[in-house]
Design a protein around this ligand. Structure first.
Ligand SMILES: NC(=O)c1ccc[n+]([C@@H]2O[C@H](COP(=O)([O-])OP(=O)(O)OC[C@H]3O[C@@H](n4cnc5c(N)ncnc54)[C@H](O)[C@@H]3O)[C@@H](O)[C@H]2O)c1
Length: 337
């Protein structure tokens, strides 16, 4: 019998709880540790699901890392804590799954991957959209060659509900925290190296101006193969969590529409009413989060090559940095590594 993959989860907030529930549902994984600041929350999960999991605060993270039954860690704590936790986990020879962005800069992201390579351990940046069945099917179709070359990739990514301002304050800014999903996805589909980046942004919420962030942005990226990506990303959307993709190729157009909250279509003399899109990322991407966990388990067990590479993760962070630069200079900037 193959033994289960022992996991420790760092962070039990919005995203951490979702990952924890997926681990509990997976017959291949065993949740050994939860590390988070609010120990009552962790104990409540432990009790509710009747788990044999140890729960500790971040100052005791070493206990989880010393546990030889822990094969991998899932880092779902605030972005500013990732780098330290990645390093500590790799130093203890654990496989690492880490939420995006891996770290807040290109040099620190590269350093984490260099350490992972030197330890011979996988480091997976959790760009979950890669594991969404619709986006992945689109990607496979484009790569199969049946669509012809990519001309335009248009991603619409409008958040809902408006994230807590306290979260935004420490998030690293919209490009590194939110747009980075789109920057990764459009480049993955374009299948080519970026040449230039243009970004525009505005803060409709005045609170964001205190820490120089924006809540509505547009990014245009040109690629070596002649394709262009247009990203429309924001923190607010009045009709739900809007996630759409349109890819124009030489032979056809591929598009992915929103996932509705249900399948009810109401037609009457005023027209046709469709259900509103899902309410948040957890409801839009449940398959993607499950699939990325299964992928991580496969990687830990040596059954699959990692699907989000070092170069791709660094490139997404570099694009996010160049978006800031483009806004500051108010012009298109060349892609440099
Ligand atoms: N992939 C996605 O769709 C997605 C969605 C939301 C958030 N995220 C990412 O997930 C991460 C967490 O975001 P969130 O919204 O869940 O945050 P959150 O603020 O809701 O939760 C953070 C959790 O981390 C814990 N924590 C704080 N410091 C810690 C430390 N040193 N060690 C261990 N735990 C610690 C807190 O106690 C809390 O449980 C961020 O990096 C964010 O970018 C990804």
């Amino acid at each position: 019998m193959v033994s289960k993959v022992g996991l420790a989860v760092f962070g039990l907030g919005r995203m951490g709880l979702h990952h924890v529930k997926n681990i509990i549902m997976s017959p291949r994984a065993s949740l050994r540790w939860i590390v988070c600041e609010n120990i009552q929350d962790a104990n409540a999960v432990k009790e509710e699901y009747n788990l044999n999991t140890q729960c500790v605060t971040p100052d005791k993270v070493e206990q989880a890392l010393e546990d030889s039954s822990v094969d991998g860690v899932m880092i779902v704590s605030p972005t500013g804590t990732h780098e330290d936790l990645i390093q500590k986990s790799l130093d203890k020879a654990k496989s690492v799954f880490c939420e995006k962005p891996l770290t807040p800069s290109v040099p620190s992201t590269r350093a984490c991957y260099d350490l992972a390579e030197s330890k011979g351990k996988p480091l997976l940046c959790a760009f979950q959209r890669r594991f969404d069945p619709s986006f992945y099917s689109l990607y496979k179709q484009v790569r199969s060659g049946s669509t012809g070359p990519v001309r335009i990739v248009k991603a619409t990514s409008r958040d809902f509900p408006y994230p807590p301002v306290d979260y935004l304050r420490t998030s690293g800014g919209i490009f590194k925290d939110s747009t980075i999903h789109d920057l990764d996805m459009v480049s993955w589909i374009a299948g080519s190296k970026p040449v230039s980046v243009f970004a525009y942004g505005h803060a409709h919420n005045p609170e964001l101006r205190e820490f120089k962030d924006n809540d509505q942005v547009v990014v245009v990226i040109s690629y070596e193969n002649g394709s262009v990506a247009v990203v429309d990303n924001g923190r607010w959307c009045p009709y739900g969590y809007d996630q759409r993709l349109e890819v124009l190729c030489d032979k056809m157009q591929l598009s992915i529409d929103n996932k509705g909250v249900n399948h009810l279509i109401t037609s009457g003399d005023q027209g046709t009413l469709l259900p509103r899109p899902e309410d948040n990322f957890m409801n839009r991407y449940p398959d993607a989060y499950r699939n990325e966990l299964e992928h991580f388990l496969n990687v830990v067990q040596g059954k699959e090559e990692i699907r989000v590479s070092k170069e791709e993760t660094i490139q997404a962070m570099r694009l996010a940095e160049l978006c800031f630069e483009s806004i500051e200079k108010q012009k298109t900037v060349p892609y440099t590594e």
